[in-house]
Design a protein around this ligand. Structure first.
Ligand code: GCO
Length: 262
């Protein structure tokens, strides 16, 4: 007979697993890395800025978590391939991949330059394909399955003025996730996504500091508040663990009810 509490321990335990979180020197990425580490995973932090990553690693290391770094630019394929070769050379395997790195760029489409459109799509969507492909190739070669968690947004479902490239990228993340499920589920790889709502991070600083927008979020979100990065902790551990063994191609909205209620 399973003693009370044992199940949660077994189902959500990530001991012996290694998790790569892209864009994890701050914000949502750092918070999700912390949660995966607290559930037992060894962490690989990623970003373009080595110093910022070292500071994040020191912070998580001081909390007793096992942390290493992989400095690469998710918008640069050569940089990604070199990073995976470096992991191969150290016999480091990625069991859990969180495709979190992303940028926002706000401008009406009539004034938007094509290069800005491409930069957002490359950083937010093409990156998830390339990093996902490289991780999946190794998960399949090694056997034993794996987890891919892509970070979507409310904009995986809804549009808003001035953010067309971001919205297109996050809409793409939803269907890329379903494509990964279609092609890789048979290899025991679960590919799912998280759709954060309005979370109080630096990416949203301009919106947080805008009293009208701030008030709109507090009124529009049934929860009546902005989310915090820590609000994603449970979802990312669930999607990284045995608890989601039969969950594939889904997007889990952590949005205070914004996509559920008019
Ligand atoms: C914006 C914001 C949003 C949030 C988030 C919401 O300009 O509306 O940046 O895009 O960051 O993606 O889910």
């Amino acid at each position: 007979m399973t003693r009370p509490g044992a199940l949660s321990g077994q189902l959500f335990d990530l001991s012996g697993r290694t998790a790569l979180v892209t864009g994890s020197s701050a914000g949502l990425g750092l918070a999700m890395a912390r949660a995966l580490g607290q559930a037992g995973a060894a962490l690989i932090l990623n970003g373009r800025d080595k110093e910022r990553l070292e500071a994040a690693a020191a912070e998580l290391g001081s909390e007793g978590l096992a942390v290493s770094l992989s400095v690469f630019d998710v918008a640069d394929e050569a940089s990604i391939l070199a990073a995976f070769r470096a992991l191969d050379a150290k016999s480091v395997t990625v069991d859990i991949l969180v495709n979190n790195a992303g940028i926002q760029f706000r401008k009406p489409m009539l004034d938007l330059a094509t290069e800005d459109w491409r930069r957002v799509l490359d950083t937010n969507l093409t990156s998830a394909f390339i990093v996902g492909r490289e991780a999946a190739r190794r998960m399949i070669a090694r056997g034993g399955g794996g987890k891919i968690i892509n970070i979507g947004s409310l904009m995986s479902e809804l549009g808003r003025v001035t953010i067309a490239p971001y919205t297109a990228s996050k809409g793409g993340i939803k269907l890329l996730t379903r494509s990964m499920a279609a092609e890789w589920a048979s290899h025991d790889i679960q590919a799912n996504a998280i759709g954060p709502g309005y979370i109080a991070t630096e990416m949203n600083r301009a919106l947080l500091d805008d009293p009208a927008f701030d008030q709109w979020v507090r009124t529009r979100a049934p929860a009546g508040r902005w989310g915090t990065p820590a609000d994603l902790a449970g979802a990312v551990v669930f999607l990284a663990s045995a608890a989601s063994a039969y969950v594939n191609g889904q997007i889990l909205y952590i949005d205070g009810g914004m996509t559920a209620v008019l």
